[in-house]
Design a protein around this ligand. Sequence first.
Ligand code: URA
Length: 204
Amino acid sequence: MSQPGLPKYNSLDEALNAIRGLKDDPLANAGTNIVISRGNPQAKILLVGEAPGPQENIKGKPFVGPAGQLLDKILQSAEFDPEADVYITNSVFRMPPGDAGKNFRKPNDKEIEFYRPFVFEIIRLMDPLVILLTGNVACQAVLQKTGITSLRGKWIEMDRRWLMPIFHPSYLLRNQSREPGSPKSLMWEDIREARRKYDELSGA
Ligand code: URA
């Protein structure tokens, strides 16, 4: 599950240091900070997000703004401790600067492609059993396809790992309904299924 085009690192720390030292990445000139991960690098679940937003850019950790607070609640609802049971990273490691009056935007294809080999090195070296891909950007980075509405909730086996696309928590912040079939209720089903798979794979 690693990709050509990047030297292989010997440890996760070595890969994280290489990412921290990036100077020629497509967002280097944006002047935003490198934000890579939080949580437990020994965890058996990796969650991949999109890119840092303004709060993450300031604090240097992924998912610490409003979407991150919701993400923590979702994980906790399935009795995952976000700091102990999960390692959290992104598909793109700097906040893409905004245009049209917004202070950030979605990452573009070129940015996703540049950081992809580093995301795959994190996966290889962290060696999770389960990977949750939040939203279309993470699906594009790891699966090289999008279509979250049909991908979500379905397991994909890749090199002995189990990957599941789930909605991005920001999408849930924009869709508050809890009716059956709503994004929130589907997320609830998906995180419970992730818990079931995790228990099965880890022999809990
Ligand atoms: N959204 C993401 O996908 N990642 C973050 O780190 C913050 C918000």
